[in-house]
Design a protein around this ligand. Structure first.
Ligand code: HEM
Ligand code: HEM
Ligand SMILES: Cc1cc2nc3c(=O)[nH]c(=O)nc-3n(C[C@H](O)[C@H](O)[C@H](O)COP(=O)(O)O)c2cc1C
Length: 479
């Protein structure tokens, strides 16, 4: 914290670059953003992105790092008086913080110039490969990141290979439809967009692109609590009949969550999805390595940056003490349908419906980003189908994680899921082509789901059932 007896600087005064550089510690932390100097000391401990990233930029120009991550209006959250003033351009050292493109910016520009049209990408894996070429290193690391050794990440995809179809033939399949309901709302496909933070890292319009694509294609979207677009931005591009789900991380500062939930319906949301698998953050090493500075000696430079370790970064706003009885609390604050996202075993799935009466659940391990060795959601779904098929008939169960093909979706539906969410696929599509990329992801899924249904001898999604799928036990490679 700045010293209480220090004179309060007048707002909008001209600040020299040398003065900015002096405020470079956790206890006295200024940053330069878009030519303006801010005192961020007051938010260090409450910063949702953790202490580390702020300390790393202390006393420096943080514009390039800040803009793709934070929604407009973020700086309004700073306490009054925190806007110190405007940087004096004459004092900015020559050659430093210059606008000249970096090596990475040049790499991205040439990769973007070589990017084919969206229609040239024939499947989601191709979109992922293209995204890797055009995204910044930070964006790729953040999107692709998974927990520990990525076993859950790999297993999410691999587990689908254990299920093979038992197709039926000669069933008059020409008029097949993928229309259905998802979380109680009409949808043209049994898929929805997972809530995921920081779409702006991939494209300046961020999550707004996903909203536009979902509106045009008639599917639901989950909007992350850590969205890089503001709710106002999202609602400004939402189609009138479109349904968007608000995804919540409960804030340690409970009154903040209590104030937020009652506003959701009026702000245009159709459901509340509470994420329960990320009580603390998984150890995402790809993320950490890209971001952190691990080069310095112990006790040296690295103690200052985010590379000083996860400990420095863990000071986010999420409440690790969320419990089952909080469900009643959510219900008292909003009458929106309530979905729990992140259920990872049969017992909790049963508990969610039979004891706590939620409207829907998503079997999910957060795309393998939290607990490594948390089972693949398709495996948990299979167990549920084996042990409690009645739950699947009576209640709405979804899965997400590792879905790259229409056949993955169909397998989940055969095993009793009502729908599936896709996370990274949309971030990658958005990263390549913005709205058109997100739309291309949906288009590919539409083609693959419909063709798959027809080849299985089914014309309506309700006809999919466990009789059409068989568990093979051993993973076989995709041919
Ligand atoms: C109000 C003043 C704020 C300032 C000055 C600020 C500044 C920063 C800076 C400089 C970074 C580092 C970016 C990078 O190195 O890539 C960062 C990261 C981040 N910020 Fe903020 N931030 C503020 C408020 C917020 C708010 C309100 C949120 C949440 C809604 C937020 C969420 C994040 C997240 C999720 C990250 C990424 C964390 C990471 O890189 O590990 N920030 N912020
Ligand atoms: C590549 C740059 C990074 C970005 C863009 C980023 C972004 C984010 C975002 C958006 C969250 C919110 C939760 C979620 O994703 O579900 C988060 C959480 C977190 N990140 Fe990162 N991160 C980055 C690098 C790092 C690094 C280098 C570390 C550690 C050294 C780190 C540690 C954490 C921790 C501990 C949390 C959980 C915070 C909490 O829940 O309180 N991240 N990060
Ligand atoms: C970059 C990224 C950010 C995410 N952010 C959130 C989030 O803010 N809230 C949340 O509930 N889930 C978040 N998730 C998890 C997704 O909602 C979803 O569970 C997961 O991505 C599904 O796996 P898939 O990426 O293999 O499709 C995030 C996932 C990724 C990849």
């Amino acid at each position: 914290m700045s010293k209480p007896d220090a004179p309060q600087p007048q707002p909008r005064r001209l600040v020299s670059y040398a003065e900015l550089q002096q405020h470079n510690t956790r206890a006295d932390l200024w940053v330069l953003i878009a030519g303006e100097v801010y005192d961020a000391t007051g938010i260090v401990d409450a910063h949702p992105g953790g202490v580390g990233p702020l300390v790393k930029h202390a006393g420096k120009d943080a514009t390039k790092a800040f803009t793709p991550i934070h929604p407009p209006g973020t700086l309004d959250a700073l306490p009054p008086g925190a806007h110190i003033g405007t940087i004096d351009p004459a004092t900015v050292p020559h050659g430093r913080d210059a606008d000249a493109p970096s090596a990475e910016e040049r790499r991205i520009a040439s990769a973007r110039a070589a990017l084919p049209v969206p229609g040239a990408a024939l499947n989601l894996v191709e979109i992922e490969e293209l995204a890797k070429t055009v995204l910044s290193e930070t964006a790729w690391a953040y999107y692709r990141s998974a927990g520990d050794d990525c076993n859950s990440y790999d297993e999410n995809r691999a587990a689908f290979k254990r299920f093979w179809f038992r197709p039926r033939v000669m069933n008059k399949i020409w008029h097949a439809t993928t229309e259905c309901k998802q979380f109680g709302y009409p949808s043209t496909l049994p898929i929805w967009i997972c809530p995921a933070a920081l779409a702006r890292l991939g494209h300046p319009d961020g999550e707004m692109n996903l909203t536009r694509a979902a509106g045009k294609e008639g599917i639901l979207q989950g909007l992350s609590n850590n969205s890089s677009c503001s709710v106002d931005e999202i609602m400004s591009v939402k189609a009138p009949n479109q349904h968007i789900i608000f995804q919540l991380y409960v804030n340690k500062d409970r009154p903040k969550t209590a104030a937020l939930l009652p506003t959701l319906r009026a702000r245009g949301f159709s459901a509340l999805m509470v994420t329960v698998d990320a009580a603390v953050s998984g150890k995402r090493e790809l993320d950490m390595r890209t971001k952190g500075d691990f080069a310095g000696p112990a006790g040296g430079k690295s103690q200052q940056g985010s590379g000083a370790g996860v400990g420095l970064s863990i000071s986010g706003y999420q409440d690790p003490d969320v419990c089952w009885d909080d469900i009643q609390w959510f219900r008292s604050l909003t009458d929106l349908p309530l979905i729990l996202k992140g259920i990872q075993c049969v017992e909790d799935a049963v508990k969610a419906f039979e004891e706590y009466h939620v409207d829907a659940i998503v079997l999910s391990n957060h795309g393998g980003r939290e607990l490594d060795f948390s089972p693949a959601p398709i495996t948990v779904l299979y167990e549920l189908q084996q042990q409690r098929p009645d739950i699947l008939q009576k209640y709405e169960v979804h899965i997400d994680g590792g879905i790259t093909r229409g056949t993955d979706v169909l397998k989940a539906l055969c095993l009793g899921a009502r729908g599936v969410g896709l996370g990274r696929a949309f971030l990658y599509g958005n990263g390549c082509w913005g709205e058109e990329g997100a739309q291309r992801v949906i288009e590919i899924m539409r083609e693959e789901i419909k063709t798959g249904m027809q080849l299985m001898g089914v014309t309506r999604l309700e006809r999919l059932g466990p009789q059409l799928v068989r568990y093979e036990g051993v993973a076989r490679s995709r041919l």
